[in-house]
Design a protein around this ligand. Structure first.
Ligand SMILES: Nc1ncnc2c1ncn2[C@@H]1O[C@H](COP(=O)(O)OP(=O)(O)O)[C@@H](O)[C@H]1O
Ligand SMILES: [Mg+2]
Length: 395
């Protein structure tokens, strides 16, 4: 592989990162080249990115598993193996589209599909238990591809008292910290989260947490409004036609989650289908596009307010967005209008990481760190007692 003049590469690997988040839109796959000249200087370059969309029936199957009262143990077990097949297909797709072959790939690193996440501890049989479940069996992925596969990252962080989330901030700190000024990285997936990077100081000063819903409620509302013809508000066009109901917005902003101390993480348990259904039916007098406009504004306000908290204390000058939410123009425009004009707001594309590919790229990096036996969680973000090496390996 290519080396830059005068630079000795300690290690370099071709890695496929696999990710599917709470949106249940599909499996993102990033083929990346990771090189490093020293442990402080890891370089990640995207070769190719692709998504294997979930079919409607697959999305329904997973959604059922996300609802504890409907999920049946045999369906969890079956879908774990089934998703292993699909994740393997997603890996093969990104490699073949790039014109590469599986033999060129050193490692696959898979986040899996979260179906349950409970970061608050509960006392069970005298033990304080937090738990999380990502399925898409890594043995199946390794077997179908012939490539060593790492997965199941979150449980190790929970085992040392962390919330098992968010995991992306570790990579944000490694890849995007600059001495010039503070930066915020915001990912708008089903759920939205921010990573706040100070210009200097230790890793412990990096803050990261979920701000609340990202696209999840917008997707649900759009699906209901269009009777399933659209599963998301393409370009934010529906929201742009609607009018925000300010009074309802204020009620929505009163949710207890926004008042919880940080770090905190959330998912479908709080902002999933039950919540979405209750909201959708609570405002029968509002036009559907007004409901979508209001729910889009909820995402805007919760992200913008959290970002503004840190502008002065973290010397923030730039905000970089990633995740599918970046392609929602209404969300993008309203975010721009809700943070001070002197703050630069763009996408991670400007940092060399395409907005839609970012999380899959990050999981490639987390798996790479795992096989190199390096800690890959960020305790200040997850609340873990210590740095640990997350990930299990199927050889
Ligand atoms: N062109 C677009 N216009 C509006 N929203 C979009 C567009 N493309 C993607 N999205 C939104 O992004 C979501 C997927 O984002 P993603 O980053 O994959 O989230 P997750 O990690 O939760 O899967 C979709 O469900 C949709 O809401
Ligand atoms: Mg997705």
């Amino acid at each position: 592989m290519r080396k830059h003049k005068g630079e000795v590469e300690l290690s370099q690997k071709i890695v496929v990162g696999l990710m599917s988040g709470t949106s249940l839109d599909g499996i993102d796959a990033a083929l990346v080249h990771i090189t490093e000249s020293d442990h402080q200087n890891i370089n990640v370059k995207l070769i190719h990115f692709s998504t294997l969309p979930y079919s409607e029936s697959m999305r329904d199957r997973i959604l059922e598993l996300c609802e504890p009262n409907r999920a049946r143990i045999e369906n969890i077990s079956i879908t774990n193996m089934l998703l292993g097949e699909l994740f393997a297909e997603a890996a093969k797709k990104v490699v073949s589209e790039a014109g590469w072959v599986m033999k060129d790939v050193d490692l696959i690193s898979s986040h899996g599909q979260t179906i349950f996440h409970q970061p608050e501890s509960q006392v069970v049989e005298g033990h304080a238990i937090t738990s999380t479940l990502q399925i898409a069996d890594i043995s199946v992925i390794a077997e179908r591809t012939g490539v060593m596969t790492v997965g199941d990252f979150r449980t190790r962080d929970m085992a040392v008292g962390g919330q098992g989330a968010p995991l992306v901030p570790y990579a944000d700190d490694l890849l995007f910290r600059t001495k010039l000024n503070g930066r915020i990285l915001a990912n708008i997936g089903g759920i939205a989260n921010i990573t706040v990077l100070p210009p200097s100081g230790s890793k412990e000063q990096v803050l990261a947490y979920d701000t609340g819903p990202g696209n999840m409620l917008i997707d649900a509302f759009t699906t209901w409004m269009t009777n399933g013809k659209q599963t998301f508000d393409q370009g934010g066009e529906i929201a742009a036609k609607g009018k925000v109901d300010q009074k309802w917005l204020e009620e929505l902003l009163d949710h207890t989650y926004y008042r919880l101390p940080i770090p905190k993480s959330t998912g479908r348990e709080l902002f999933g289908m039950d919540y979405a259904k209750a909201l959708w039916h609570s405002k029968d007098d509002l036009a559907p596009e007004d409901k979508i406009a209001t729910i889009t504004e909820l995402t805007v306000k919760t992200i913008a307010e959290e970002c503004k908290r840190f502008i002065d204390s973290y010397l923030i000058k730039e905000i970089f967005i990633s995740g599918g939410g970046w392609y929602n123009q209404t969300l993008r425009t309203r975010l721009r209008e809700n943070v001070p004009p002197y703050i630069k707001l763009g996408s991670t594309d400007e940092l060399g990481i395409p907005a839609d590919a970012k999380e899959a790229i990050v999981f490639a990096l987390l798996g790479y760190q795992c096989i190199n036996r390096r800690p890959n969680n960020l305790p200040s973000a997850t609340g873990a007692r210590s740095s640990v090496i997350m990930g299990k390996i199927a050889l």
